[in-house]
Write a protein that binds this ligand. Sequence first.
Ligand code: FES
Length: 503
Amino acid sequence: MKRDGRNKSFWQTLEGQNFSTDFTDLVFDTIIVGAGITGVTLAKKLQDSGVKCLLLDKENPGFGTTGGTTAHINNFYDASYDEIIANFGEQAARLLVNSTKDTLDHIKKNVLRYHINCDFEECDFFLFSAEESQNEQLDRILAAHQQLGLKTLPSNTLPFSLPFVKAIRIEGQAQFHPLKYLLGLLDAFGKNGGAILTNQSIVAYENKEGEITLKTSDERIFTAKNIVWATHIPPGRNRFDLLVAPYRSYALTLKLQHAPEMLAQTADLYDPYHYFRYHRTGDGYYLIAGGFDHRTGDERDTEKHFYDLKELVNKNFEYQEVTAQWSSQYYVSADGLPYIGRMPNEPNVYIATGYGGNGMTFGSMASLIIPDLLLNKETALAKLLSPARIKPIASAKSVLSEGWSASQHFIMDKLSADKIDAFENIPLEEGRIVKYEGKTFAVYRDEQAVLHCLSSVCPHMGCTVNWNPSEKSWDCPCHGSRFDIEGKLLNGPATSGLQEMDR
Ligand code: FES
């Protein structure tokens, strides 16, 4: 199965599945765009409730973050519960604890009901301080978990060979093979008559008088009452350009010689944090390690992030071999909680974004929120995660700093575009921003020394893209759109690729 990067993730050994595209229906209740964890889980949930929906993706299922996640299913979040209590109140935190439990139950029920063989395992998470200075933060998290009734206790041990000062053990986590899960759900959706259309872009879109009309690249015209953008930031320009910021995380899988003492997950409290989990498959045990995150497009030497991660792993673990390394994109919200629900001012448009590092849980939670909203039932959870919410105190710092970062890139990257002034200086399999005879190019030289010349201007809002050497992609630092070496769009919010340029 293909993914939005050059590196192959641990999960991509699966063969892609062919979906029948010969359905004749053109009219649906709901169109879901994006066949990742959010879109697929929602499609199956809606189908089970009798809603006729079309699932559409411009690539194959799992092409985006679901194919590059490390597939933690957790009952706590990057925004810790002490922060959630402080910013949203205890009642909201309790609601989230209960809804998260429902979400984990929903995933487990899907696995059992559709007999999905996806390495699903339940386990515990060990959160630890690596320095004395992090103890207070860990104590606050423990106190909040206990206040909210989460089964969390201090632990004197860590089932990972990592040095630590203090640790807590949080019960009730799970993990799986995300693409096996996704394909299992899709299989059930398809067998039950669900309409799936992959490898088709949207070439025209209109939302008029409560009806969505869209045309796909195979010239079909579909209509629906509602649309769900399960694509991270919805396409085009909208308020989420400011309310979520794109980040990249780095991951490795290492084949282990022996079974670990228990299947478990762990992370430290650095910012960005480093995370690890064991994974059991038919052929043995693996360690999945991740971290060294950064804002998309902000780092020129992305290979260094793999190097740092390997160094951390080599210092602490014994293993047979590295079996995969890859990076993946996620979106951080302004106030720490995701935006799931109705798009402000567009009552028939729904979005789900800003999951942070908790995509498997929040992506699945969307399927417990959006079906109710489609029936005009606004639950307390829908209110809490509403995309229309305004949380000035919690969000002010992040919104300002992320927005500042985007506008800074808009100006600075244009001023510093002439890093290289000759195409000849570009090494093989490298990309550079080149200023040449008054024009700016994003240029990649392939392994045959052929130059691929593109406009360096991101079609979303005009920022200058940056070269990502490890994934061989052009990444926009402003809102995270990404493009391959031919300029083809990999990730939105841009809706078209980089323009091809003649020298
Ligand atoms: Fe917004 Fe590039 S993603 S300008």
